[in-house]
Design a protein around this ligand. Structure first.
Ligand code: PLP
Length: 355
């Protein structure tokens, strides 16, 4: 605390990102990155950007990238907004579309950045409890609100809401924006993006950090009705007109255009997940059904923090959340390569065998 801090900063509770340890030979399963590198076409596109043009500002509206995203999803470029990671896109969404008198609704167990944006922008919110099975019941959101947001699949649980249920919510909730954060949808979910043409209050966000293996490049996007996109552009141009540098735009465009690589990598992760879930269940773990590139698991009668600590002693890091207490028995484990998953299972068997 310093007397030079503004009142806003004094009152902030910032988000704590998963750690990025600088240790060699680590099995890093804590931040839901891809275990595989980006496509070769992305690396070529990045190399091609090194040159004299770096003295010039990048395209402020990322035209080529928006067009590539629009082509991939079968929407129009005017339906697309891009930002420096979907975190930045979400920040603009909270300020531009979710800050109203009525509270924003989101699950009590979800992406922990949402309440942080509310704190930053002074947005009123209400937490909606997940069901007993850690599911989102859209029926719980059918009440007065200033907006609704949740990830689908949800994080950190991995559980999926069917598109038909999202449509039920959209039919009932026409007076405020509904944001579906599809950061993990490519690993086993169905996207509700086709609904943006039918529901002008629907905004769908995606990231290139997970299924496109580009967490280091920082690119995310939102799709929705042009009126929603205009709100985001108004916020962006009141904050930073050039959120995506030349590398990010070139690399992300190449990634969106390499569908074969994208599909193959998602398939590999989905197959590894199925094998890991089987093995962990075989070893006595309870694993929630997951449509994401991570699983949420616990061992009956054992503490999640304790197991995570013992994994760490073996150079394997997973994510553990102490709060809310209901999820503290669980660990969120990113799907790694098959070799990493094998090391994990071996370590878990050892840990639970010891009292
Ligand atoms: C649910 C969810 N949404 C959004 C993000 C942000 O992704 P990024 O800022 O890397 O695009 C994350 C990152 O872990 C996430 O878990």
């Amino acid at each position: 605390m310093s007397r030079y801090w503004s009142k806003v900063v004094q009152g902030l509770t910032p988000y704590v990102p998963g750690e990025q340890p600088k240790l060699a030979n680590l099995v890093k399963l804590n931040t839901n990155e891809s275990p595989y590198g980006p496509s070769k076409r992305v690396l070529d596109a990045l190399r091609a950007e090194v040159g004299d043009t770096l003295r010039l500002y990048p395209d402020p509206v990322s035209d080529k990238l928006c067009a590539a995203i629009a082509r991939h999803h079968g929407v129009k470029p005017e339906n697309v907004f891009v930002g420096n990671g979907s975190d930045e896109v979400l920040a603009h969404v909270f300020l531009g579309l979710l800050k109203h008198d009525a509270p924003v609704l989101f699950p009590d167990i979800t992406y922990s950045f949402y309440p942080v944006y509310c704190g930053l922008y002074g947005i009123n919110y209400e937490l909606v409890p997940l069901t007993e099975n850690f599911e989102i019941d859209v029926g719980d959101y059918l009440r007065a609100n200033g907006g609704v947001i949740f990830p689908n699949p949800n994080a950190p649980t991995g559980r999926l809401v069917p598109v038909a249920e999202i449509e039920r919510l959209l039919k009932a909730n026409t007076g405020s924006v509904v944001v579906i954060d599809e950061a993990y949808v490519d690993f086993g979910g169905e996207s509700c993006m086709p609904l943006i043409n039918k529901y002008p209050q629907l905004l769908v966000t995606h990231t290139l950090s997970k299924s496109r293996a580009l967490a280091g490049l920082r690119v995310g996007y939102a799709t929705g009705h042009p009126d929603l996109i205009e709100a985001l552009n108004r916020v962006k141009d009141s904050f930073n007109s050039y959120p995506l540098d030349r590398f990010a735009q070139a690399g992300a465009t190449a990634a969106m255009e390499d569908n074969a690589y994208f599909t193959a990598m998602c398939r590999k992760v989905i197959d590894s997940k199925a094998r890991l879930v089987d093995e962990m269940r075989g070893a006595g773990f309870e694993v929630l059904p997951s449509a994401a590139n991570f699983i949420f698991a616990r061992y009956p009668g054992r503490d999640g923090a304790d197991i995570a600590g013992k994994l760490r002693d073996r150079s394997i890091i997973v994510r553990h959340f102490r709060n809310p207490p209901r999820i503290s028995p669980y660990m969120r484990i990113t799907i790694g390569t098959d070799e990493q998953c094998a090391r994990l299972v071996e370590a878990l068997r050892e840990i639970v065998a010891a009292p």
